[in-house]
Design a protein around this ligand. Structure first.
Ligand SMILES: Cc1ncc(COP(=O)(O)O)c(C=O)c1O
Length: 512
């Protein structure tokens, strides 16, 4: 059934739930919601649309997202089997905002809707479960937030030297810098690239950004035409999928294989390449799995990119958060003949996520990407420059003693917290996990049969409401099955202990 108008979506949702107009009227009366027979019939026939509170009521009664019903968000509808669409399907363009829906409200006033460009954009790391947590906090409840990799609130302080140096330079940072960034910052990043063996990088090939986030958006906007495809991991850090989609591209997800330490499934990657594929994205070390890719896997990805003439984008924001004596390898160092873009920043390794400083390094065969680089430059110029005080401490941060190293060895916070959370969660019957080697995330698997879980977002909401713990369900990372969730293990062990006990208790009774 076409679902382009509100009336279509309403009828579709009613049909899926086996509800008739009289049922809606009866349910409204039971709940004290004013909803008359003529109103419902006008909605169904497409003559009028409801007010926001009636949208919410209908959404709840029909078990669909009110925003979807209103045509304001991508598919959150029951599929043919009665289950929610999986995350990959959520990314398939199928919803169109209908210009009549929300165009006028009941009072005849013009309403403003978000652009249809956002129709298929999903970013649940700050999505509906997080909204519910905010509502609960407003109502005075305390929530333990294990949903976002933000080190500062968990007592990870910026190194003193970084703060000192920023203070010293603050008065010199009042003006814009050049669009690609301060010379001193780019020089330090260039030297860092040399240490990592990234080839053919000049100072002009480095751009600072307001976090890696801004640069991901910029890179996708400059590259993708409507319908161009880009290979992105599943699970992913969802900003990649969101930005590719927003740019008009099609995010095609290749699977990372839990049975193989969460490494990219090379065969799946190969299968998904078409003549519209322009690039491969890797996230290494990985968010949300904490995997670190060995050289052999990276080499296989390079071989694929070489064979199909693809760009490599490598998000390496966690490259300095590696444990167990492992070494991080930049994929660009293995691909001097390909065009590569490598991303990193100081949000995680230097615990200054709030200062907003990241960068990208263009390397390898730049001849083939001259026009694309022109586009990157244009977009970079258009945002004038990134935060200058934060650029001023890149040189300090990247040089000399790296205080983060102390966190990553036995006795250090990140190491000890990983050891604790991995054991505590995998001790819960029905929960298993691959032990992460890097970053500060764990992506455990739930035995969905045991708990009868069919909807992972509902699981996250139920956990939040019962135990006041906020974490993100696997679907938030474009993971297809409802059988994973991500835990941020930044809190101290004492806090994680309480959280793990609550989660264990929750799984002792939970059944969907
Ligand atoms: C894989 C990955 N890339 C990029 C970012 C964004 O980092 P930034 O703070 O530099 O914007 C994050 C933040 O969590 C991340 O996990």
């Amino acid at each position: 059934m076409a679902k382009e108008t509100f009336a279509d979506r309403l009828k579709y949702a009613m049909e899926k739930q086996g509800k008739k107009q009289v049922d809606l009227i009866r349910m409204a009366a039971e709940q004290g919601v004013k909803l008359g027979k003529s109103q419902v019939s006008q909605y169904v026939s497409g003559k009028t649309i409801p007010r926001a509170d009636i949208f919410r009521f209908l959404g709840e009664m029909l078990e669909v997202d009110a925003d979807w019903l209103a045509g304001r968000s991508p598919a959150r509808e029951p599929d043919a089997s009665g289950e929610k669409n999986d995350a990959l399907e959520r990314n398939v363009p199928e919803q169109k905002n209908d210009s009549t829906v929300g165009g006028e409200n009941m009072q005849g006033l013009r309403e403003f809707k978000k652009s249809t460009k956002l129709d298929n954009v999903l970013y649940d790391v700050r999505g509906p479960v997080v909204d519910e947590a905010a509502r609960m906090e407003e109502a005075g409840m305390q929530i333990l937030k294990l949903n976002i990799g933000n080190p500062a609130p968990f007592g990870f302080r910026t190194p003193d030297e970084v703060i000192y140096d920023m203070r010293q330079q603050l008065t010199e940072c009042e003006g814009y810098s050049t669009a690609n960034g301060l010379f001193s910052a780019r020089k330090a990043i260039m030297q860092y690239a040399q240490l990592k063996g990234i080839p053919n990088v000049s100072i002009e090939d480095i751009y600072t950004g307001n976090g890696v986030s801004e640069l991901i958006n910029l890179c996708m906007s400059a590259l993708l035409n409507d319908g161009d495809e880009i290979l992105i991991p599943s699970p992913d850090y969802p900003l990649w999928t969101a930005c590719a989609t927003l740019a008009g591209g099609k995010a095609v997800h290749y699977i990372c294989d839990e049975q193989a330490e969460w490494y990219p499934d090379i065969e799946d990657m190969k299968r998904k390449i078409t003549d519209r594929t322009k690039a491969i994205v890797i996230i290494n070390p990985n968010n949300p799995t904490g995997a670190l890719y060995p050289r052999e896997i990276l080499q296989q990805i390079v071989d694929i990119a070489r064979e199909h003439q693809l760009i490599l984008f490598s998000d390496e924001i966690y490259d300095r958060l590696v444990m167990d004596g492992e070494e991080h390898v930049s994929i660009a160092s293995l691909a001097p003949d390909l065009f590569c873009v490598t991303f990193s920043g100081l949000s995680k390794s230097h615990m200054i996520a709030g200062f907003r400083i990241g960068w990208m390094i263009l390397s390898g065969n730049k001849q083939i990407a001259r026009d694309y680089m022109e586009g990157l430059k244009m977009l970079s110029n258009m945002r004038l420059c990134s935060n200058v005080p934060a650029q001023s401490i890149v040189q300090t941060a990247l040089g000399g003693h790296q205080s983060v190293k102390g966190y990553l060895v036995p006795g250090g916070r990140i190491y000890d917290q990983r050891e604790f959370i991995y054991k505590a969660l995998t001790d819960i019957p029905g929960i298993s996990a691959v032990k992460p080697k890097a970053a500060f995330y764990l992506f455990p698997k739930i035995d969905v049969k045991k708990f009868n879980i069919t909807d992972d977002e509902k699981f996250a909401l139920d956990l939040l409401r019962d135990k006041r713990i906020l974490l993100i369900h696997g679907g938030g990372f474009n993971w297809k099955q409802p059988d994973h969730f991500r835990v941020v293990y930044l809190p101290r062990v004492e806090v994680l202990k309480e959280a793990a006990a609550s989660i264990a208790d929750f799984f002792s009774y939970y059944h969907q």
